[in-house]
Design a protein around this ligand. Sequence first.
Ligand SMILES: *Cc1c(COP(=O)(O)O)cnc(C)c1O
Length: 378
Amino acid sequence: MKFATKVIHKGQEPDPSTGAVIPPIYMTSTFAQEAPGVNRGYEYTRAGNPNFTYLEQQVANLEGAQYATVFSSGMGALTALVSSLSQGDRVVAVDGVYGGTWRLFNQVFNRFGIQYDSFPVDQIEKALKGAKWLFFETPTNPLLEVFDIAALAKLAKREGLLTVVDNTFACPYNQNPLTLGVDVVLHSSTKYLGGHSDVVGGVVMTNNLDIQTAAHFGRKALGLNPSPFDCWLVSRGIKTLAVRMEKHNSNALAIAQFLDKHFCVKKVYYPGLETHPGYAVAKKQMCGFGGMVSAEFNLSLEKTKELISNFKLFTLAESLGGVESLVSHPATMTHASLSPEVRERMGITCGLVRFSVGIEDTQDLIDDLAASLDKCVT
Ligand SMILES: *Cc1c(COP(=O)(O)O)cnc(C)c1O
């Protein structure tokens, strides 16, 4: 089965008891037992529910994973994974991870004796010794930096580390880290998997039974389970993942090309542009370049804010991966807590704008950008 077929059929069999083509939503906290300890695979929804299982079968398949565990959020998925580490363990990350990930390690798990160190990619090799995990994202947020997944996983394996990749930005349609030697993939299904900005969820995928067991245990022990209804929504969203991603990919490329030619734009960050420093690696490891585009405008902070407020179709909001186009301003939103010097050094300038390109008509989106820019510079 190819991807576009799997998203519709895997884990989504008609209900055997009624013939309902779409599996029903099991809004139940508990399950009747035939005798003490005798059940049909489910006991209590914190530990498991049929809607979790259906979604897990559906998503595992998309990443080439044997196992998947669904969670209340992307951060819930990561919390369960980190809870399998112990005091004194060290995690090495490549610079550019999601802010919430950084916060979880540096403001929560640091107090439990788990060490987290982040380095530029060219300094990773010598930082690995003695660590437990190598953690990274590619492409990164918001600068769309691309890292060679297979090369990093190989380095980590040589030093005996597990490689954990947050694949939320690319999504499984565009990139499958497990097939490139990575041990664990996690997703915020709030983004492309759900795809409609109407649900928060997370998932861990792996071919390693020990990790699967730990993820499952973490969900139950820490109370990180999603709601059955939320799983049903994500299952519903995933069915259109292939068609959505085709349009996200093509719209984002068109917008990156438009911005690249605009006199008001200093720099465009999109791995699908041949001028992007990660283009060759992206072409090797991705089937599409994704729906996220960032651009640095030749505008002051005030003018950049004005530009963002002018958009008619790009809604100013956090998050990404939904059918509707969103825009965000990293310097005053996701990266506001950093000092201006650190931000500038990272490339998060006042003129930097991040677009989550939706699946609207391509020309309508370009017209919206063009009209807002015209208004701003005249
Ligand atoms: C949103 C996001 C997360 C966190 O997921 P939640 O579902 O919001 O908890 C983690 N990683 C990346 C790359 C994200 O974009």
